[in-house]
Design a protein around this ligand. Structure first.
Ligand code: FO1
Length: 320
């Protein structure tokens, strides 16, 4: 059995995280192929609203892995209702961020535990245990780091303002991870890396989901220091993002003529060692290998649970 660390952002990353989780004993794999699984989640998308702390990417991982996620959106809780949000609207609040009633319970408890002095790592451990998850879910750090998006149209705005309120329509000129300079790699992250055999960067937006994690001072170094393969799974397939604005951002902010798996590989060249690209992009594999990557070409589009588990098992077998 191998131990695995996975880095993940939101919906796209959570799909592969679920595949990896299914290879653990707690995820019911018989026999289990993964011993310890630790997932490092992005908290740059976090926000405070109506007095509560919301961690959308951690929650997407919590809900996906525990099987209660809304399958239509990939975030939020399946069948959740909006009585609380409706009441807030009645008071005249501009409730542009969709928050379900059950989802509110997560934010209320998180906020209470944080106020009692627990770290975000401790609070997240409490939540994942409550949902019966046996893998570790670790926020990238305990300090507040906020992804700010610099746009042509609206200046510098918060991530959720850009992504949800303004529907990711603005031209992204730059990103700032406010608070990152004061953040620290946590002891739990360091411990997980001490025992890992493989590091997988799930197919999440490099700029918006993975960069904030790597912006924590020392994070890149501790990941490299684990001295195990660091494998990137391309979130770009056939020139398109599997989900979200990654392709558009690669072109505007990243300066690529067109979004591609090769473009993603260039972002991680010299640091990561493995690259998983979709069969549709097989023609790019020679150039990706020329950048120094060992490549795996396979079907990376994950629709069913079988797709997710198969991709996770292939990655483990090829790079583990
Ligand atoms: N995404 C949306 O497109 N609209 C929403 O109103 C929205 C609310 C929301 C509430 C809780 C949560 O955990 C996630 C939510 N998301 C929503 C998704 C979220 O904005 C993104 O998944 C991530 O932040 C990007 O990785």
């Amino acid at each position: 059995m191998k131990n695995v660390v996975a880095l993940a952002g939101g919906v796209g990353g959570a799909k592969l995280a679920l595949g990896l989780y299914h290879l653990t004993e707690g995820g019911a794999s018989q026999p289990p192929l993964i011993g310890d699984l630790s997932i490092f989640g992005n908290t740059g998308d976090d926000l405070e609203m109506f007095g509560v702390r919301i961690c959308p990417d951690l929650d997407t991982l919590l809900y996906t892995l525990s099987g209660i996620v809304n399958p239509a959106t990939g975030w939020g809780i399946d069948g959740d209702t909006t009585a609380t949000l409706e009441m807030l609207k009645r008071y005249g609040e501009n409730a542009w961020f969709w928050l379900g009633d059950q989802d509110f319970a997560t934010h209320l408890l998180r906020t209470q535990l944080l106020r009692s002095g627990q770290t975000l790592t401790e609070v997240t451990a409490h939540l994942r245990a409550g949902l019966g998850l046996s893998c570790q879910l670790l926020p990238m750090c305990n300090e507040d780091v906020r992804t700010l998006v610099q746009t042509d149209e609206a200046g510098e705005i918060s991530f959720q303002e850009y992504f949800v309120h303004r529907r990711a329509q603005d031209t992204v000129k730059g990103l700032r991870f406010a608070g990152a300079e004061a953040a620290n790699v946590t002891p739990e992250v360091i411990k997980a890396l001490a025992f890992t055999d493989l590091i997988v960067l799930c197919p999440s937006n490099p700029y918006l989901s993975i960069w904030p994690i790597l912006a924590v001072p020392g994070m890149r170094e501790v990941l490299s220091g684990a001295d195990v393969p660091i494998v990137v799974v391309s979130p770009i397939v056939g020139g398109m993002a599997l989900k979200g604005p990654a392709a558009a951002i690669m072109q505007t902010f990243g300066g690529e003529k067109e979004a591609s798996a090769l473009g993603v590989a260039k972002l991680y060249a010299g640091w990561a060692s493995g690259f998983v690209l979709d069969s549709q992009d097989a023609a790019q594999s020679a150039e990706i290998e020329a950048l120094g990557f060992k490549t795996l070409i396979t079907n990376t589009v994950m629709r069913t649970l079988e797709d997710k588990t198969r991709l996770a098992a292939e990655i483990l077998e090829y790079f583990g």
